[in-house]
Write a protein that binds this ligand. Structure first.
Ligand code: PLP
Length: 228
């Protein structure tokens, strides 16, 4: 294999550690989610054997065979892709987390379809901080209305917020988008909606996200190379 996963994983973990030190984040406050869309079950297994435990998938059709093959491993699966009504049952049955929640209808269905023998499904609301029309996610004002309704659903545990800001290679601009989400999260805390998860930062902007309080960076390319 030309691409060495062990080296890539070590480098990403070093980037996270360095950013945590630079921006005075407390130990263990940032976790790595390995994003494996476009990657095989064998690659996921290899990352597991290197110590990675949390994995993110974006498409049900693609994830289904991989989760089946890896059924015996206690992997923490996160669903980070667009939600489609007819795929929610399978997500509710197989994932520990959903990062891309953006409607009450989907929240109600996920709660109703979460199997009784599993713990509540951890969810993050996806906020479109950059207001890009082609991207999923809702505005802060919409999230503010949605949150009390999600908190009433018995089989969901509202954990936090997720964002995927407009691309820029400018560090200060990256920080600004992430700060917008972090400040909204703080504001929610003052309203009695304390949340412990900020899912933000990817291959190109994880340092900026960690600077602004990310607790979970979602990294694909830096671990597995360019997707086909
Ligand atoms: C693909 C994807 C990622 C990973 O992006 P990279 O730039 O490859 O690290 C993170 N979050 C979401 C929602 C994604 O779809």
């Amino acid at each position: 294999m030309s691409h060495c996963l062990a080296d890539a994983l070590a480098i990403v973990n070093q980037r996270i550690e360095a950013a945590m030190l630079q921006f005075q984040r407390s130990p263990n406050s940032v976790q790595l989610l390995a994003v494996t869309k476009g990657q095989s079950a064998a690659t996921i297994l290899q990352a597991w054997q290197l110590g990675q435990r949390q994995f993110g998938e974006s498409y049900v059709q693609e994830a289904l065979p991989k989760l089946e093959v890896l059924n015996a491993y206690p992997i923490v699966w996160h669903f980070i892709g667009p939600l489609q009504t007819n795929k929610l049952r399978w997500i509710a049955e197989h994932f520990a987390w959903v990062h891309s929640l953006d409607s009450l209808k989907h929240a109600q269905r996920l709660s109703a379809q979460r199997p009784a023998e599993l713990p509540a499904l951890n969810v993050c609301i996806q906020v479109n901080v950059s207001r890009e029309p082609q991207k999923a996610g809702i505005t802060e004002a919409e999230a503010l209305e949605l949150i009390p309704q999600i908190k009433k659903l018995p089989r969901l545990q509202l954990r936090g917020l997720m964002t995927l800001p407009a691309y820029t290679d400018d560090f200060e601009q990256q920080r600004q988008s992430f700060r917008q989400l972090a400040e909204f999260c703080k504001y929610l805390g003052t309203l009695g909606h304390a949340l412990d998860t900020l899912s933000m930062g990817m291959t190109d902007d994880l340092e900026a996200a960690i600077a602004e309080g990310s607790t979970l960076v979602r990294v694909g390319t830096a671990l597995f190379g360019q997707r086909n």
